[in-house]
Write a protein that binds this ligand. Sequence first.
Ligand SMILES: [Zn+2]
Length: 218
Amino acid sequence: MAQKLILPMDNTILTASWQTEAYLNHFDCEHFGIDLVSATDDHEIYSLGDGKVIGVGRDGVLGNTVIMEYSKVVRKGSKKNIDVICRFSHLKSISVRPQQVVKQGRLLGIYGRTSMYPIEPHLHLEIDTDLQNPYSTPTILKSNFLRRAIRGTKMKYLFNPMEVLNIQAGILHTQTFTYTGTPFISDNDREEIPCMPDTPRKVYYATELPPLQSTTPL
Ligand SMILES: [Zn+2]
Protein backbone atom coordinates (compact mmCIF):
# COMPACT_ATOMS: atom_id res chain seq x y z
CA MET A 1 0.00 0.00 0.00
CA ALA A 2 1.21 3.47 -0.80
CA GLN A 3 2.37 5.55 2.13
CA LYS A 4 2.94 9.22 2.86
CA LEU A 5 6.07 10.04 4.83
CA ILE A 6 5.93 12.40 7.80
CA LEU A 7 8.44 14.89 9.15
CA PRO A 8 11.20 13.31 11.25
CA MET A 9 10.55 15.60 14.20
CA ASP A 10 7.44 17.14 15.67
CA ASN A 11 8.31 20.83 15.80
CA THR A 12 10.37 21.15 12.68
CA ILE A 13 12.39 24.12 11.49
CA LEU A 14 14.05 23.82 8.10
CA THR A 15 17.42 25.57 8.38
CA ALA A 16 18.94 24.64 5.00
CA SER A 17 17.29 23.49 1.81
CA TRP A 18 18.42 21.05 -0.79
CA GLN A 19 21.13 22.43 -3.11
CA THR A 20 20.82 26.19 -2.83
CA GLU A 21 23.37 28.36 -4.52
CA ALA A 22 23.76 30.33 -1.30
CA TYR A 23 24.81 27.19 0.53
CA LEU A 24 27.33 26.30 -2.15
CA ASN A 25 28.79 29.79 -2.12
CA HIS A 26 28.96 29.98 1.65
CA PHE A 27 30.31 26.53 2.51
CA ASP A 28 32.00 25.71 -0.79
CA CYS A 29 30.16 22.40 -0.99
CA GLU A 30 26.85 21.31 -2.44
CA HIS A 31 24.02 20.36 -0.09
CA PHE A 32 22.58 17.01 -1.11
CA GLY A 33 20.06 16.94 1.72
CA ILE A 34 18.09 19.18 4.04
CA ASP A 35 18.91 20.37 7.56
CA LEU A 36 16.28 20.32 10.26
CA VAL A 37 16.15 21.34 13.91
CA SER A 38 13.41 21.21 16.48
CA ALA A 39 11.71 24.39 17.65
CA THR A 40 11.58 22.86 21.13
CA ASP A 41 14.08 21.10 23.36
CA ASP A 42 12.81 17.81 22.00
CA HIS A 43 15.58 16.39 19.79
CA GLU A 44 13.92 13.08 19.06
CA ILE A 45 13.69 11.94 15.46
CA TYR A 46 11.07 9.52 14.19
CA SER A 47 10.71 7.08 11.36
CA LEU A 48 9.21 8.83 8.33
CA GLY A 49 7.11 5.81 7.45
CA ASP A 50 6.73 2.06 7.83
CA GLY A 51 10.10 0.75 6.80
CA LYS A 52 13.23 -1.18 7.49
CA VAL A 53 16.56 -0.25 9.05
CA ILE A 54 19.25 -0.93 6.46
CA GLY A 55 22.23 0.09 8.55
CA VAL A 56 23.43 2.12 11.51
CA GLY A 57 26.95 3.33 12.19
CA ARG A 58 29.35 6.07 13.07
CA ASP A 59 30.60 7.87 10.01
CA GLY A 60 33.81 9.86 10.23
CA VAL A 61 32.37 12.80 8.29
CA LEU A 62 28.60 12.82 8.85
CA GLY A 63 28.60 11.34 12.35
CA ASN A 64 26.20 8.74 13.69
CA THR A 65 23.89 7.77 10.87
CA VAL A 66 20.76 5.64 10.43
CA ILE A 67 19.90 4.38 6.96
CA MET A 68 16.23 3.51 6.35
CA GLU A 69 14.33 2.05 3.42
CA TYR A 70 10.68 2.93 2.74
CA SER A 71 8.52 1.39 0.05
CA LYS A 72 5.75 2.80 -2.14
CA VAL A 73 6.21 6.39 -1.07
CA VAL A 74 3.94 9.11 -2.43
CA ARG A 75 5.93 11.89 -4.13
CA LYS A 76 4.58 15.39 -4.62
CA GLY A 77 3.52 16.06 -8.20
CA SER A 78 3.98 12.43 -9.29
CA LYS A 79 1.48 9.67 -9.85
CA LYS A 80 4.13 7.00 -9.45
CA ASN A 81 5.02 5.86 -5.94
CA ILE A 82 8.70 5.32 -5.23
CA ASP A 83 10.90 3.18 -2.99
CA VAL A 84 13.44 5.33 -1.17
CA ILE A 85 16.58 5.23 0.95
CA CYS A 86 16.88 7.81 3.73
CA ARG A 87 20.08 8.70 5.57
CA PHE A 88 19.69 10.47 8.94
CA SER A 89 23.01 11.98 10.06
CA HIS A 90 24.63 13.89 12.98
CA LEU A 91 22.77 11.76 15.53
CA LYS A 92 23.70 11.89 19.18
CA SER A 93 22.24 8.45 19.81
CA ILE A 94 20.57 5.69 17.81
CA SER A 95 17.59 3.65 19.01
CA VAL A 96 17.25 1.05 16.25
CA ARG A 97 19.33 -1.84 14.94
CA PRO A 98 20.03 -3.14 11.43
CA GLN A 99 17.26 -5.18 9.78
CA GLN A 100 14.71 -3.95 12.28
CA VAL A 101 11.26 -3.34 10.84
CA VAL A 102 9.78 -0.13 12.21
CA LYS A 103 6.45 1.62 12.10
CA GLN A 104 5.93 5.23 11.11
CA GLY A 105 6.58 7.53 14.06
CA ARG A 106 8.85 5.09 15.85
CA LEU A 107 11.82 6.68 17.62
CA LEU A 108 15.01 6.30 15.55
CA GLY A 109 17.31 8.33 17.76
CA ILE A 110 18.24 11.77 19.04
CA TYR A 111 19.86 14.30 16.76
CA GLY A 112 23.06 15.99 17.86
CA ARG A 113 26.34 17.31 16.54
CA THR A 114 28.36 14.23 15.61
CA SER A 115 30.38 15.27 12.58
CA MET A 116 33.88 15.85 11.33
CA TYR A 117 33.11 19.56 11.53
CA PRO A 118 32.21 21.76 14.50
CA ILE A 119 28.45 22.07 13.96
CA GLU A 120 25.40 23.14 15.87
CA PRO A 121 23.10 20.20 16.63
CA HIS A 122 20.85 19.43 13.66
CA LEU A 123 19.60 16.58 11.53
CA HIS A 124 21.01 16.19 8.02
CA LEU A 125 18.56 14.16 5.94
CA GLU A 126 19.25 12.74 2.48
CA ILE A 127 16.76 10.78 0.37
CA ASP A 128 17.33 8.93 -2.88
CA THR A 129 15.99 6.03 -4.91
CA ASP A 130 19.31 4.19 -5.23
CA LEU A 131 18.24 1.04 -3.38
CA GLN A 132 21.30 -0.87 -4.56
CA ASN A 133 23.69 1.59 -2.90
CA PRO A 134 22.14 2.76 0.38
CA TYR A 135 25.50 3.66 1.91
CA SER A 136 26.65 5.89 -0.93
CA THR A 137 26.34 9.65 -0.70
CA PRO A 138 27.81 12.47 -2.78
CA THR A 139 28.16 14.60 0.36
CA ILE A 140 31.42 12.99 1.39
CA LEU A 141 34.68 12.66 -0.46
CA LYS A 142 36.11 9.91 1.71
CA SER A 143 34.81 8.19 4.80
CA ASN A 144 34.49 4.92 6.70
CA PHE A 145 30.81 4.02 7.17
CA LEU A 146 29.15 5.88 4.33
CA ARG A 147 30.69 5.56 0.90
CA ARG A 148 31.54 8.15 -1.65
CA ALA A 149 29.11 8.24 -4.53
CA ILE A 150 30.16 9.19 -8.01
CA ARG A 151 28.21 12.42 -8.32
CA GLY A 152 27.23 12.18 -11.96
CA THR A 153 25.83 8.69 -11.46
CA LYS A 154 24.18 9.32 -8.12
CA MET A 155 22.45 12.54 -9.09
CA LYS A 156 19.74 10.79 -11.06
CA TYR A 157 18.62 9.07 -7.85
CA LEU A 158 18.81 12.01 -5.46
CA PHE A 159 16.02 14.53 -4.93
CA ASN A 160 14.78 17.17 -2.54
CA PRO A 161 13.46 15.35 0.57
CA MET A 162 10.74 17.99 0.88
CA GLU A 163 9.01 16.36 -2.11
CA VAL A 164 7.99 13.38 0.01
CA LEU A 165 7.51 14.88 3.47
CA ASN A 166 4.11 15.61 5.00
CA ILE A 167 3.04 17.16 8.26
CA GLN A 168 1.33 14.64 10.46
CA ALA A 169 -1.56 16.00 12.47
CA GLY A 170 -2.67 12.65 13.75
CA ILE A 171 -2.88 10.92 17.07
CA LEU A 172 0.70 9.72 17.31
CA HIS A 173 2.33 12.99 16.40
CA THR A 174 0.98 16.50 16.04
CA GLN A 175 3.60 18.19 13.95
CA THR A 176 4.42 21.71 12.95
CA PHE A 177 6.67 23.05 10.23
CA THR A 178 8.43 26.30 9.63
CA TYR A 179 11.70 27.53 8.16
CA THR A 180 14.39 30.07 8.81
CA GLY A 181 14.58 33.18 6.68
CA THR A 182 18.17 32.61 5.63
CA PRO A 183 19.32 32.49 1.99
CA PHE A 184 19.80 28.74 2.48
CA ILE A 185 16.04 28.21 2.14
CA SER A 186 14.83 27.79 -1.43
CA ASP A 187 11.59 29.32 -2.65
CA ASN A 188 10.00 25.95 -3.34
CA ASP A 189 10.33 24.97 0.30
CA ARG A 190 8.35 28.04 1.36
CA GLU A 191 5.24 26.64 -0.25
CA GLU A 192 2.68 24.93 1.91
CA ILE A 193 3.54 21.40 2.80
CA PRO A 194 0.81 18.75 2.65
CA CYS A 195 -0.83 18.03 5.96
CA MET A 196 -2.13 14.57 6.78
CA PRO A 197 -4.73 13.55 7.56
CA ASP A 198 -6.83 16.55 6.53
CA THR A 199 -7.26 17.95 9.99
CA PRO A 200 -6.77 21.63 10.83
CA ARG A 201 -3.32 22.72 9.82
CA LYS A 202 -0.67 23.29 12.43
CA VAL A 203 1.67 25.11 10.10
CA TYR A 204 3.16 28.36 11.27
CA TYR A 205 5.87 30.61 10.02
CA ALA A 206 8.83 31.91 11.92
CA THR A 207 8.97 35.53 12.89
CA GLU A 208 12.31 35.13 14.60
CA LEU A 209 15.28 33.59 12.91
CA PRO A 210 17.18 31.14 15.06
CA PRO A 211 20.91 31.95 15.08
CA LEU A 212 21.79 28.71 13.40
CA GLN A 213 23.42 27.59 10.23
CA SER A 214 25.86 30.42 9.70
CA THR A 215 28.59 28.14 11.04
CA THR A 216 26.97 24.88 10.06
CA PRO A 217 28.31 22.97 7.09
CA LEU A 218 26.69 19.73 5.86
ZN1 LIG B 1 22.90 19.16 5.83
